[in-house]
Design a protein around this ligand. Sequence first.
Ligand code: CUK
Ligand code: CUA
Ligand code: CA
Length: 645
Amino acid sequence: MNDKKASQSELAGIGRRKFLNTAALAGLTVGVAACNDKPAASAAPSAAAPAAAPAAHAASEVGKYEVAPGQLDEYYSFSSGGHSGECRIYGLPSGRLFKRIPVFNMDCLVGWGVTNESKKILGTKPDGSLKYHTGDTHHIHPSYKDGTYDGRYMFVNDKIHGRLARIRMDTMETDKIVELPLVQGFHGTFPDKRDPVDPAINYTTRVFCGGEFAIPLDNNGKNMDATADYRSIFSCVDAESMEVRWQVLVDGNCDLVASSYDGKLACTNQYNTENGVHYEDMMSAEMDACLFFNIARIEEAVKAGKFKTYGGSKVPVVDGTKAGNPDPKTSLVCYVPVGKNPHGVNASPDGKYYACSGKLSPTATLIEHDLVLKWFDGDLKDAREAVVAEPEIGLGPLHTGFDGRGNAYTTLFLDSQIVKWNVEAAIKSYKGDKTAQPVVDRLDVMYQPGHGFTSMGETKDADGKYFLSDNKFSKDRFLPVGPLHPETAQLIDISGDKMKLVADHAVYSEPHDSIIVPRNLVRTRQVYDIDEFPNAVKDAKDCRVERKGKKVTVYLTSQAPTFGLREWTVKRGDEVTIILTNLDKVEDLTHGLAIPKYDINFIVNPQETKSVTFIADKPGVYWAYCTNFCHALHLEMRSRMLVEA
Ligand code: CUK
Ligand code: CUA
Ligand code: CA
């Protein structure tokens, strides 16, 4: 009863935005105080103001963003899944969840982490068990061609164990995972958009990875005090082979990552210029930095053998520290000073600018691409001269999306707002034009947005239609479901002058970054090619049991509503491998195989082959049954396995 009362008082509006702002500010007192000596003109009304009642839309307006039964969404949204370790596919504007893509997590529906094929991708210990069971995905970005998505791959990070995964976009399944050496807290992830030197290669060949947590290069467990020797590392992974090509030692840390449209630069924002190990140390400096990596120079240095290797890794590591790069004309890395503790760096669709927000400064810093190149040519006195605007936009700015019409949309974590600002006006204002008004609109979101992104906003084809705000708190926006609330992904129509909130979508924790892609850019397949699988059992007549000593292979097929063997026998202690090919060719006709007490559960899609291996250590009769409803006789679709005592 008490619980009910509490939740009703919540619903009555007690402690909505105000409570959240207080809570969010509490942990950041020092930083916000520091911001206050240069207060944002815009900060006061938004931070403490009570929530305006969400605008009620006329019925026709609501209908405009609805997807009627049988109709298809206009866009896909591909989303990271945070500490669930997975990724997700939604439809927009409906917000319908279509698929969860297991990446670093186990998934018993599809058998990810259960089948031999998925274990091989995930990585195993010498005893055959999975090396890791956990992951933390933040950034998902597809491969590019001609400055836009080409529909081949998506790349996603695992912050925990420092891994990069690749998802094939034709099947939406993870096909490769690489673990970065010398890295903990691999955070920002971005593919390149073209080759830095060869103009013929106008597509993704590299993926850049920012290492967030500095660690001792020789992490030998001797002490934790030699913090001056801790290093963060920026890595480059080959998009095809998924091998680590090279790494760069930097001063301070890496956080988010972006890449240039001309292929020449990759960049990362840096909130821990101080190399601090405690949060108060990490926010002690007035400014932090955005780092730009000169890709061609780094690769020349690697070719010339100007690198070291560390801790048993064979990956070449070049020196990108300030001390190692005294002359801009030969420097591998440019450190551009930006507002305090930035979070997020995003490239504008015209390729000209990077927006980097200082989350403890009420500003976004706009850096011009050509000026960074000039710094590398030795033509700027100071890297700070690459900054062309620094508008005050509100409290706790994090991530920025662009609409392709010259406007930027930045999430304000503390203000719980999206702020729309005009890039040209911001540049004019920075030059001293007092009539220029960078901020053109604000919209309250519910509550505390993290990433926000526009439809196609990270491509040259930004279409300025939608902005999605992935909010970290949903509080009272949905029916209560226990202590862990869903998060809100709020859909905002940005096609007009004013932003318009058009839908609240509940999402399972915790999306960070996502992308919005028109449906015509995504071309999936519905049926596998049976020949892709060298171990395929191509005919039900080939079903059999083969024994080599204690190793037994069961060749099995599925075809609704039967498996190719009605029963099979193995002996106690055998190492059994079941290879299952789904012979059905019909779209959506997936079968599954589960075996009680043996912890086996996986699916096979049409014409797909998967396998599992286990020790038959429990004598008895076991029903091997189909898990995926496939036929009127789905429940009858079973075989028996006898494990002889
Ligand atoms: S981060 Cu989560 S809201 Cu990992 Cu891209 Cu900014
Ligand atoms: Cu096959 Cu159910
Ligand atoms: Ca800092």
